[in-house]
Design a protein around this ligand. Structure first.
Ligand SMILES: *[C@@H]1O[C@H](CO)[C@@H](O)[C@H](O)[C@H]1NC(C)=O
Ligand SMILES: *[C@@H]1O[C@H](CO)[C@@H](O)[C@H](O)[C@H]1NC(C)=O
Ligand SMILES: *[C@@H]1O[C@H](CO)[C@@H](O)[C@H](O)[C@H]1NC(C)=O
Ligand SMILES: *[C@@H]1O[C@H](CO)[C@@H](O)[C@H](O)[C@H]1NC(C)=O
Length: 399
């Protein structure tokens, strides 16, 4: 076990080095998009609470140059890899070849593609008054992504294009969208939403490693919150990994699988690239919030841990719930979930999420189930183009 841990730590150090080499001079456009022969624009948007987020735009495909393309915003997720929960960034959608990566496929099929990067990830670390070294910079959970990041990104794309947008979210990118839609936010700027590997209810997450991490976070939240930034390469995270892997019945030999499920269709020669780009910091508070959902099984705002503190923040002793049944029944939704996914659990999706959407207009809801897909397949599978993206685009084109 000790050797394995050292390897894992070394892995992250070398990933950091690789990342530094790749990005020290160039942004996402220069390093990942223009190299594939696509035009790309770098944009920044400032949230109401001062975070400066980068966005990338791929305005045209390689062949399709028609004007007035419908804009589509791609929102990455949070992928648990090697027990470190890693916030992905916009690169998620660009990792495979142009024939396999959703961002390029959408551009080639006549969409105006926008990539969002959440606060705290590598290209969105700016703030109008705080630095990532200030604890206050990390005082947020996904509630703030719902309240600030997502609305700012939507508004920006809407202003720039003068059109309503399509939305594609993966993983955490689905949770924050569900939460926003349930509060009837963003709907005036939205055409249709595709939610891949949806996580809303986390109560039945089968991954023993995710559950182990959740227990550690909830039991020792004061310790973890003291760290502010949940940096995947940090010592504290290595210790967490060790503790979880040493528990009986936790087999950490293949950590990615133990966490995300058995992904059917990743290209193993590309998995290294994928991992190189994944390790991204997030706020520890965000991790604690997700852990609360795994433990509690509901979709509620961040729990400050005592009635007094909750009262101070919310004017009520318990955190307010996000009510999934409040998502408007006529909102065009495309959901795709996988039978092998250990983070977006089949039972959570079928009973709780689809249960909440049971009154949804039948012609506004497409639900796709892929028995062989796990969490990462939805963005990385070599056959996702045919399996998921073709039906997704067909759905968008009808709205
Ligand atoms: C983020 O990008 C900067 C350059 O823009 C680079 O120096 C740094 O190593 C990157 N950080 C991570 C965590 O990859
Ligand atoms: C752990 O998993 C690996 C491969 O996933 C398997 O080869 C090994 O037998 C497992 N070990 C135990 C103790 O279950
Ligand atoms: C897998 O990745 C390698 C290296 O990038 C590439 O040459 C190969 O064509 C890919 N295979 C598939 C099925 O995409
Ligand atoms: C959630 O919203 C639905 C529909 O608007 C409503 O009937 C239900 O009572 C709400 N549930 C809670 C817990 O507020």
């Amino acid at each position: 076990m000790a050797n394995k841990l050292i390897l894992v730590v070394l892995f992250f150090l070398s990933a950091a080095e690789a990342r530094k080499r790749l990005y020290s001079v160039n942004g996402i456009c220069k390093s990942m998009v223009e190299t594939q022969g696509y035009d790309c624009e770098e944009h920044t948007v400032t949230t109401q609470d001062g975070y400066i987020l980068s966005m990338q735009r791929i305005p045209v495909g390689r062949s399709s140059k028609k004007p007035d393309k419908p804009p589509v915003l791609l929102q990455h997720g949070l992928l648990m890899v090697k027990v470190m929960v890693l916030l992905q960034d916009g690169i998620t959608w660009l990792l495979n070849s142009p024939q396999e990566s959703l961002a390029f496929i959408l551009a080639d099929n006549g969409f105006d593609v926008w990539l969002a990067n959440s606060r705290g990830t590598n290209y969105s670390r700016g703030h109008t008054s705080l630095s990532p070294n200030d604890p206050a910079y990390w005082d947020w959970s996904w509630d703030e992504l719902v309240a600030y990041d997502l609305p700012s990104s939507f508004q920006y794309v809407h202003d720039q294009t003068g059109q309503k947008l399509h939305y594609v979210g993966h993983s955490l990118g689905t949770l924050i969208a569900f939460a926003a839609f349930s509060q009837e936010k963003l709907l005036n700027m939205l055409r249709a939403a595709a939610l891949l590997s949806p996580i809303a209810y986390l109560g039945q997450v089968p991954s023993p490693l995710a559950r182990g991490a959740a227990e550690a976070f909830v039991a020792e939240d004061l310790y973890w919150l003291g760290l502010n930034e949940f940096a995947p390469r940090g010592e504290a995270v290595a210790k967490l990994l060790e503790d979880i892997c040493n528990k009986p019945n936790n087999n950490c030999t293949d950590l990615i699988t133990s966490l995300t499920g058995q992904n059917c269709c990743l290209n193993s020669s590309r998995t290294d690239v994928f991992l190189d780009h994944e390790p991204q910091s997030t706020a520890t508070k965000n991790m604690v919030h997700l852990a609360q959902m795994i433990r509690g099984g509901s979709i509620a705002m961040y729990n400050y841990g005592s009635e007094d503190e909750n009262n101070k923040h919310y004017g009520q002793p318990t955190p307010p719930l996000y009510n999934m049944s409040s998502i408007p029944n006529d909102l065009p939704l495309f959901l795709s979930y996988g039978g092998q996914d250990w983070l977006s659990d089949v039972n959570d999706v079928q009973t709780l999420l689809l249960g909440s959407l049971k009154d949804h207009d039948a012609d506004k809801l497409v639900v796709q189930f892929r028995e062989d897909y796990a969490h990462a397949d939805f963005v990385m599978a070599v056959n996702a183009n045919q399996v998921v993206y073709d039906p997704l685009m067909a759905f968008f084109n009808l709205q």
